[in-house]
Write a new protein. Structure first.
Length: 308
């Protein structure tokens, strides 16, 4: 059985291929020229191949050496990539961060959070997916995301997820600028009598709470348009299709095109950060949560005065 090649021999071979001489290879590896020559002799003996010919003081690689070098180089480049990843992990905990959030937050506060985070961690690769609360939960459970940000706790209940409330704000009512309620300082359930209600489905915290408020006040809207995303509610309200209650973050995106009115009594909207229980949180994920909290805390929206 032929003796196996060791790392020192392969490293010497690679250095000679890169530099052309045993002296330059020795300088590259911070060793001696006899050590390089000995390693070359050992690798040729072990491989039973002639790898070099001497040509005017330089070592000229044979075709076999060129083929071997290609294989060695691929592995060394992989090793260098591993070393770079280790260095990145040492600096920041992990080199990538995968975040999922609902479209309402993805269109409003998350871009600002991303910008702040990238200032602190410019080399980190971030993936931001804007998806439904259900898909946020499923992605976290299946290891697709490190963090999820949502306003819907109903989709997080019963899942093996750790949750943290990073903010709570007051819901607002959105309507067209020409709507009959547009001049009101605030609106309540009674104002929805005989109006078309724009709402999310029943798997949403805010939608469920507002429907209960209407039922308690014995208010029956004339009709209902049920949709999937708060942004759609805002667009429908803008064109006069009805009125709806949404979180103030998505309302701010459309505030130059529709009327945003506080809701009384106040209905709180909680923003949750969720992450898997079974995976230790990385330093990057922890820092990102801090950036989210800071962004919400410093947000100037007037609706924050309704925070409870």
């Amino acid at each position: 059985m032929s003796p196996r090649l060791n790392f020192r021999q392969i490293e010497a071979f690679r250095a000679v291929m890169l530099t052309g001489t045993t002296i330059a290879a020795a300088n590259m590896l911070n060793t001696t020229q006899p050590s390089i020559s000995r390693s070359l002799a050992q690798i040729q003996s072990a491989a039973k191949l002639k790898l070099f010919e001497l040509d005017r003081g330089r070592l000229r690689p044979t075709p076999e050496a060129v083929m071997l070098f290609e294989a060695v180089q691929r592995n060394f480049l992989g090793l260098e990539a591993i070393e770079e990843t280790v260095a990145l992990l040492r600096r920041s905990g992990i080199g990538r961060l995968r975040v999922a959030c609902t479209p309402a937050l993805g269109m409003s506060v998350m871009p600002a959070v991303m910008a702040r985070f990238k200032v602190r961690q410019p080399d980190v690769h971030i993936t931001l997916r804007t998806i439904s609360s259900y898909d946020v939960r499923e992605g976290l459970l299946n290891g697709l995301y490190d963090l999820g940000v949502t306003t819907n706790s109903l989709q997080l209940e019963g899942a093996q997820l750790q949750t943290k409330v990073v903010d709570q704000v007051a819901a607002v009512c959105v309507m067209s600028r020409s709507h009959r309620l547009a001049t009101h300082a605030h609106v309540g359930p009674r104002h929805f009598q005989s109006e078309t209600l724009l709402t999310l489905d029943r798997q949403d915290d805010l939608s469920d709470e507002w429907r209960r408020a209407l039922a308690l006040a014995k208010v029956v809207p004339s009709s209902m348009i049920e949709t999937t995303y708060s942004a759609t509610i805002c667009r429908l309200a803008e064109v006069g299709a009805g009125i709806g209650v949404v979180n103030p973050y998505i309302a701010s995106v459309f505030s130059d095109r529709l009327r945003v009115v506080p809701v009384k009594p106040t209905i709180g909207v909680k923003i949750f950060v969720a992450y898997p229980r079974h995976v230790a949180m990385s330093a990057l994920a922890s820092e990102f949560i801090t950036q989210i909290s800071d962004q919400f805390r410093n947000d100037p929206r007037p609706s924050r005065s309704g925070k409870r």
